[in-house]
Design a protein around this ligand. Structure first.
Ligand code: AHG
Ligand code: MN
Ligand code: MN
Ligand code: MN
Length: 355
């Protein structure tokens, strides 16, 4: 009932948050989230436009300066531009945002030097950017944390540098603290999929009206799938339990008796979205070369794990629940396995048996 509009016009992302704000006035954050989501959706619409026209506007390829980000990755033009679009959209004072952390920023930054805000935004402005020049799906991943006491806008008198540094460190929160998270996928359709802690909602950008329209209310992940998604080139370097489990998906000796298909796009947003829609398992595991895998905890794994759990799935590092991991640094990497509960649980049971 909550998703049906009185008139014929669609339930847009904007109206959805207006409705939530009205329904749950007592729930803290909801009204502020409305403002924050207004900034994020505007930024994602802009990035969607930039990505779809990259070949026309000469925005494919790498930054002319050959700049390398803190990850050691050569930045694409659109990595930098998407980051700027999000930063500018989030600097809007109404968002009550204090601090942001981004894959493309070495350190967390104050949104407004004069005062902090009540929220912290973390984001991967362009996920899967290595695919951008091939016109393959990419995305933006975001997470919103509440700022902690002592760093709120209200108590932000002129803080000395040390106190500012302390507040900047407040980005290092476990995913279990997330107030909202989600992604915008730039693909055959542009979809915003998000959670604010009461389930997962999917919105599709309707280019005819320039609005994200609710198309997938209350998304739940299938309990089991028939697709696994991992970069098989790293298979020789995986741990033996994972190698044996993936082998069991190929030959049907897993508990479902099914032989699985493999799908790997190489853009986390697209691989996670397909896993959410069709079920199965997505992983970027640790291997002999990378003890913590590749994906970043704060702005890739935590936001995606919050969303997957809200949809009824499981998200683990293989050793512990992703949402329980407290980041020790902004760009910390963790191994990741997420997806349908039965798929991921079977792998966890094998790790348990082997321990
Ligand atoms: P980003 O483009 O934000 O740096 O992220 C790329 C990530 C993720 O999107 C994807 O799942 C993974 O890199 C693919 O890595 P491999 O090419 O090593 O498989
Ligand atoms: Mn990158
Ligand atoms: Mn990414
Ligand atoms: Mn990225």
């Amino acid at each position: 009932e909550q998703f049906v509009c009185a008139d014929e016009s669609p339930m847009t992302l904007t109206r959805y948050f207006m409705g939530k704000a009205n329904e749950q006035l007592d729930e803290e954050h909801v009204q502020d989230l409305q403002n924050l989501m207004a900034s994020i959706q505007m930024a994602c619409k802009k990035i969607a436009s930039l990505v779809s026209r990259a070949g026309i506007t000469n925005l494919t390829g790498y930054e002319a300066s050959g700049s390398i980000n803190v990850q050691g990755e050569e930045q694409k033009k659109l990595d930098v531009l998407s980051n700027d679009v999000l930063k500018h959209a989030l600097k809007w004072r109404g968002g009550k945002l204090g601090i942001i952390a981004s894959e493309e920023e070495d350190e967390p930054i104050m949104v407004d030097e004069l005062a902090s805000g009540n929220y912290i935004a973390v984001f991967d402005p362009l996920d899967g950017s290595s695919n951008i020049d091939a016109g393959i799906a990419t995305g933006t991943i975001f997470g919103i944390f509440a700022e902690s006491a002592g760093c709120l806008a209200s108590d932000w008198e002129a803080k000395v540098d040390q106190e500012v540094l302390t507040c900047l460190q407040n980005v290092l929160q476990p995913g279990s603290n997330l107030v909202a998270s989600g992604y915008c996928m730039y693909s055959s359709s542009c979809m915003m999929v998000l959670t604010t802690g009461s389930g997962v909602q999917g919105f599709t950008l309707d280019p005819q009206i320039g609005e994200f329209v609710l198309t997938h209310p209350s998304i739940t992940i299938p309990s089991r799938g028939k697709i696994y998604s991992v970069n098989e080139a790293n298979e020789p370097a995986w741990d033996p339990v994972l190698r044996s489990y993936i082998a069991s998906l190929k030959d049907g000796s897993n508990s479902s008796g099914m032989t699985y298909s493999s799908r790997y796009i190489g853009s986390m947003v697209a691989d996670v979205h397909r896993t959410l829609m069709y079920g199965g398992l997505f992983a970027y595991p640790a291997d002999k070369r990378n003890a913590n895998g590749k994906l970043r905890l704060l702005y890739e794994c935590s936001p995606m794990s919050y969303l997957i759990e809200q949809a009824g799935g499981i998200a683990t590092t293989g050793r512990e629940r992703v949402l329980d991991v407290i980041p020790s640094s902004v760009h910390q990497r963790v191994p990741l396995v997420l997806g349908s509960p039965e798929d991921v649980q079977e792998l966890l049971d094998k790790y348990y048996e082997a321990s």
